[in-house]
Design a protein around this ligand. Structure first.
Ligand code: FE2
Length: 214
C-alpha cells in the first residue's frame, strides 16, 4: 500500500527536494548503506544518524538566532562528520571530511564554488574547538556539535577521559556559552574538570582509583 503524496511537504521523498534536504538524505543514505559493522566503527550507526540529524537541527536554530543562512548552516552541520560516516573511523575526520563533502556538493551541481568553499572550510576546521574563528559558519558548526554531544549522558566524563584538561576547558566553556545563548539553564557539570557522571564509579570499580587526566 502506498501513501497519498502530500504536495506541500516531501518528507524527504522523491526528486523535488531542497538543497539541504538533498544533502541531509545523502548523509543518511551513506550511513545506512555502509557495510562496516558497529563493532568495527568508531561510533555506532545509530549514534551517527542521531548526531548528524541533531547537529543539523541545532545548526538551523543557531543560524536563525545569529542571522546566518540556515540552509548553508544546516548543510555544513549535516556533513560535518562525513568522513566518520564514510570510513567508520574518527581519526582526523575534520580534515578528511572536507574533500569528501566537496565531491558530494559538486556532484549535485547545485552549489556555487563560493558556497562549496564555505561548507568545506567549516567542515575542515570544525574539530578545532579551542579556536574562536572569525568565520561565523565555522563557529556555528563547532557550537552545534558540542551542544549536541553535551546533551548525552556520560559525555562529560568521556571528554575528561579522552581529552587533555586544556582541551576540556575549551569544550566546556563552549558548551556553557551556547547553552546560555539559547537560554538553557546552567548545567553545573560543565564547571568540573574531573569525573562527575559515570567515570568516578567506573574507575573505582575497574582500577580502584580515579583515572582523571591532568
Ligand atoms: Fe560531530
Amino acid at each position: 500500500m502506498s501513501y497519498t503524496y502530500n504536495p506541500l511537504y516531501t518528507h524527504f521523498k522523491g526528486d523535488d527536494l531542497s538543497r539541504a534536504e538533498l544533502i541531509e538524505r545523502k548523509v543518511v543514505e551513506i550511513i545506512l548503506k555502509s557495510k562496516m559493522s558497529d563493532e568495527d566503527r568508531s561510533w555506532s550507526k545509530t549514534f551517527e544518524l542521531k548526531h548528524s540529524s541533531a547537529v543539523t537541527q541545532i545548526g538551523r536554530i543557531l543560524a536563525q538566532k545569529r542571522g546566518l543562512d540556515s540552509e548553508l548552516g544546516a548543510i555544513i552541520c549535516a556533513m560535518h562528520d562525513i568522513s566518520v560516516f564514510v570510513t567508520g573511523r574518527v581519526t582526523d575526520h575534520a580534515h578528511k571530511g572536507a574533500p569528501i563533502a566537496r565531491r558530494i556538493l559538486e556532484k549535485t551541481k547545485k552549489f556555487t564554488p563560493k558556497e562549496i568553499e564555505l561548507v568545506t572550510s567549516a567542515i575542515y576546521n570544525h574539530s578545532d574547538k579551542h579556536v574562536v574563528s572569525k568565520n561565523p559558519y565555522v563557529e556555528l558548526v563547532k557550537d552545534a556539535d558540542v551542544l549536541d554531544c553535551g546533551l548525552y549522558c556520560g559525555v562529560h566524563d568521556a571528554y575528561i577521559y579522552e581529552k587533555s584538561q586544556e582541551s576540556c576547558k575549551h569544550y566546556f566553556a563552549r558548551i556553557q556559552r551556547v547553552r546560555k545563548e539559547l537560554g538553557l539553564p546552567k548545567d553545573k557539570k560543565w564547571d568540573h574538570l574531573d569525573y562527575v557522571e559515570q567515570g568516578k564509579a567506573y574507575f573505582e570499580k575497574h582500577e580502584g582509583h580515579n583515572h582523571s587526566k591532568k
